[in-house]
Design a protein around this ligand. Sequence first.
Ligand SMILES: [Zn+2]
Length: 175
Amino acid sequence: MLKPGPRPGPESGVPSMVQVPASDGDEAWMRLALEEARRAASGGDVPVGAVVVRDGAVIGRGHNRREQDHDPTAHAEIIAIREAAAAVGAWRLTGSTLYVTIEPCPMCAGALVLARIDRLVYGAADPKTGAAGSLYNIVQDERLNHRLAVTAGVLESECRELIRSFFRQRRQPKT
Ligand SMILES: [Zn+2]
């Protein structure tokens, strides 16, 4: 008989999350990520947005385009990382910070590690698929060859509310 799996937490092997405090400017960059998220919603996609910042400038931005592109991997972070890498002409994004409105999923957390991004800042946690402290902590796993500094909860309520209102509107019966 199948039994429910262990609950996530330190006892189940999910590394605990170590956070760095928010720094000046984090909210302003997160507002740009929120702008991106709103673009996703206007295309019928769940509103998640991301920007990659290096040396005080945005070098990549992206929003969720799964529905629009018929692409299960078209998450905001992946698109922003691709754009940033193309902009700098290198796959290695050392010295960059990625801002995203919702905690990254396992795929995107993996991409952040692969891209050698220094820091991850996210708005709202995602208890269903989050891989930066909720279900997994891929971005700070000692077994991998790169780890990120993480700051969670920047403009958390705005990021969460954007998602909530999107689903509220979708549930409304069309007349
Ligand atoms: Zn993702």
